[in-house]
Structures are given as structure tokens and as C-alpha cells.
Ligand binder design. Structure first.
Ligand code: OSB
Ligand code: MG
Length: 373
């Protein structure tokens, strides 16, 4: 396969409702869409870097810069036997996984379309529906939180994750348990605690949580191992896992029992498959995380989550929780049983509404081999 041209778009979309984590509140999302053109076909990818460097060090603008200056020149006009060969071709560029992933994932879509196959088949998926859960942000009050949980349970979602931080943890979890009983419940701290908080975090053991995600530092493994030794509740790592290698280190050190897979965080689909396989070989379950993607990134996530070791419900939910209208038509919907169907058409298998894409676009750039060398 060969990418003859790349198109970048910068878009801003308002969120249906604010989303608050331990690092702050967002009301909208500023992100990049990538279109890869080749052989008369196109493939789409979405960059999950956020406007601010809080979840990770990358931002929307660093990703734009890295793709334009360093990724595009290494892929444009180059013949790749398979999209799995793209990430290795970018090895000279350290880090910047989100920038790399946006282009790599567009290439997977293009490759699958060229083979007239749905992406999930090309990725090695084994199921046609995935289990869906929701990630509920920090709210203004416990009442507001309980109303959110009630809405999502009524929609059928198979597990509830709530964002926590010091001051918004035990009380919130206790209120949910009291009101909703033994639902599948977990928390995500996005690195808001320190190892010195271990005694406090042990209080969460009383609530039969499925897991606690990323309690400690965003780049830490060792302190998570020390914490896991003191907790009954499983730790799941998100931010700390950059690739299969860091996952193996974390698993072998006992830093976590579960891993969150986000293709943007690890450099794309090929890296996600490697991470998925490394976890499977160590009997460590994975689930698919989310980065508030539009329907385009969401479609990629749905296909990837069809691989066999995604045995826990992920943070892939219906479009209506994020963007109305979404950039794809029809939007992603969840069935009353809390599952989402994996699209069966070629590539990501969703119809992109170009008018909506264009209306949200504030900057565009076309990159071709001639213009970048
Ligand atoms: O830590 O999983 C996270 C959103 C943005 C950045 C980080 C995270 C999240 C979520 C939301 O939890 C998942 C989603 O609904 O897309
Ligand atoms: Mg997380």
C-alpha cells in the first residue's frame, strides 16, 4: 500500500455535556482528523491528543507539527507491504504516539478498504458486538452523579466508571453502592493520588470495585506495584502504559492486574495488537479506553475492541453522550443489552458526513510527497 497524499483538518466540536477529570473540566474537544489517500481510495484517522498537555504531554498542536514535519515525510509515497510496517518506519521519532497513531490508523482504514474488508477482520477481531461501559466525570454534586448513573444504567451500559480525585471518592462511591447495589463499578483517578494515600485508597477495598484505574503518577510503575501489594482491588493502568514493553514490566512487577488499551496512547493499531497479545500471553485482561472521540475515532475503537482479550466492557459508548450531531451518520448507538455492533462494511465502515466535518474545521492542510521533501 502507498499513501499518496495526507489531508489534515483541525476541528472543534462542543461536548453534549462537560467532562471533568482530576485535571480539569472540558466543554469541547479540539482535535485533528487525518485522511490518507491512495489508489483512488481514502482512509480516515482521528488524533486523540487534547488541546492541553494534561492527560499526556502531546497536544493537538504538537501533533499537527509532528505529523506535518516528521511523520508525513516518512510515509508519503512509501510502499508498505502492510500497515503494521508503518510504526517501525517512524521509530526515529521518539514519543508522539498520538500523532503517529492518527496517521497509522488512517492507513489501516485505507488498507482494509483496498481489500474490501471490514477493519475488524484485518485487525484480527473475533466478535461482531462489543460490551459497552461509560466513563462518568466528576460532577457538581452527589445528586447530579446519581442522576447520571441512573441514566446510563437505564440505557443498558454494562459497567459504570466514575472519575475520582481526593475529596471526590469514598463519598461518591458509597452513594452509588447504596442507591444501585451490586452494579459493575470502577473508578479512574487519572494519577491524582500519591503512594502516601495508600491507607486512604484501601478504604475503596470495601466497595467491591472491578478495578481502580491509574491511581498514581502518569508515568509511574514501581509505586503502583507497591500500592497493588497493599490493595485487594485490582489496579488498572492507563497513562503509564506506552507500549507492550511497559505493559510487560508493569505486569511482571505486579503494578496492575488489568490494562486499558487506547490506540492513540501506544502508537496505533499495530502497537495495540502487540499490547493486547502481550497481556493475553500473561493472562491479563484488557479493555478499550476512550478519549472522547468523534464517531471516526470511535469507529476505529469499536473494531479494535473486537479482539479476543478485550474481555471487560470498555469506555466506548454511544455518540449521543458526546456529540450531537456526530461526524458520522448514522451515529454510534448502544443496544438495550449494553452492546455496540461492529460495522460490517469496508474499512471503519461508517459514513462520514463531510458537511459536518467541514463546518467544524478551522484549518486544513494537504501534504504530498512533493510538498514535504
Ligand atoms: O483517563 O480514560 C481516561 C477521557 C479523556 C482523557 C482520558 C480519559 C478519558 C475518559 C473518557 O475516561 C472516556 C470516553 O468516554 O471516551
Ligand atoms: Mg483513564
Amino acid at each position: 500500500m502507498k499513501i499518496e497524499r495526507l489531508e489534515l483538518r483541525l476541528l472543534r466540536l462542543p461536548l453534549v455535556r462537560f467532562f471533568e477529570t482530576s485535571f480539569g473540566r472540558s466543554d469541547d474537544r479540539l482535535f485533528i482528523l487525518v485522511t490518507a489517500f491512495g489508489d483512488g481510495l481514502e482512509g480516515w484517522g482521528e488524533c486523540v491528543a487534547e488541546e492541553a498537555p494534561y492527560y499526556s504531554s502531546e497536544t493537538t498542536e504538537t501533533a499537527w507539527h509532528i505529523i506535518t514535519r516528521f511523520v508525513a515525510p516518512r510515509v508519503l509515497g512509501v510502499e508498505f507491504a502492510h500497515p503494521r510496517d508503518i510504526l517501525p518506519a517512524l521509530a526515529a521519532i521518539r514519543g508522539h504516539h498520538m500523532a503517529k497513531a492518527a496517521v497509522e490508523m488512517a492507513a489501516w482504514d485505507l488498507f482494509a478498504r483496498a481489500r474490501a474488508q471490514p477493519l475488524w477482520r484485518v485487525l484480527g477481531g473475533t466478535r461482531t458486538r462489543i460490551e459497552s461501559g461509560v466513563s462518568i466525570g466528576i460532577q457538581d454534586s452527589i445528586d447530579q452523579l446519581l442522576r447520571q448513573v441512573e441514566t446510563e444504567l437505564a440505557a443498558g451500559y454494562r459497567r459504570i466508571k466514575i472519575k475520582i480525585k481526593p475529596g471526590w471518592d469514598v463519598t461518591a462511591i458509597r452513594a452509588i453502592r447504596q442507591r444501585f447495589g451490586s452494579i459493575r463499578l470502577m473508578t479512574d483517578a487519572n494519577g491524582a493520588y500519591r503512594l502516601e494515600d495508600a491507607d486512604h485508597l484501601r478504604e475503596l477495598d470495601a466497595f467491591d470495585l472491578m478495578m481502580i484505574e491509574q491511581p498514581l503518577g502518569y508515568d509511574d510503575v514501581l509505586e503502583h506495584a507497591r500500592l497493588q501489594a497493599r490493595l485487594n482491588t485490582a489496579i488498572c493502568l492507563d497513562e503509564s502504559i506506552h507500549d507492550a514493553k511497559t505493559a510487560i514490566e508493569a505486569i511482571e512487577l505486579g503494578a496492575c492486574r488489568i490494562i486499558n488499551v487506547k490506540p492513540g496512547r501506544v502508537g496505533g493499531h499495530a502497537a495495540s495488537i502487540a499490547l493486547h497479545d502481550a497481556c493475553a500471553a500473561r493472562r491479563t485482561p484488557v479493555w478499550h479506553g476512550g478519549m472522547l472521540e468523534s464517531g471516526i475515532g470511535r469507529a476505529h475503537n469499536i473494531h479494535l475492541a473486537s479482539l479476543p482479550n478485550f474481555t471487560l466492557p470498555g469506555d466506548i459508548a454511544a455518540s449521543r453522550r458526546y456529540y450531537v450531531p456526530d461526524l458520522i451518520d448514522p451515529p454510534v448507538d448502544v443496544a438495550p443489552d449494553g452492546t455496540i455492533g461492529v460495522p460490517g462494511g469496508p474499512g471503519i465502515g461508517v459514513r462520514i458526513d463531510l458537511d459536518r466535518v467541514d463546518a467544524a474545521t478551522s484549518r486544513r492542510s494537504s501534504l504530498s510527497a512533493a510538498s514535504t521533501t
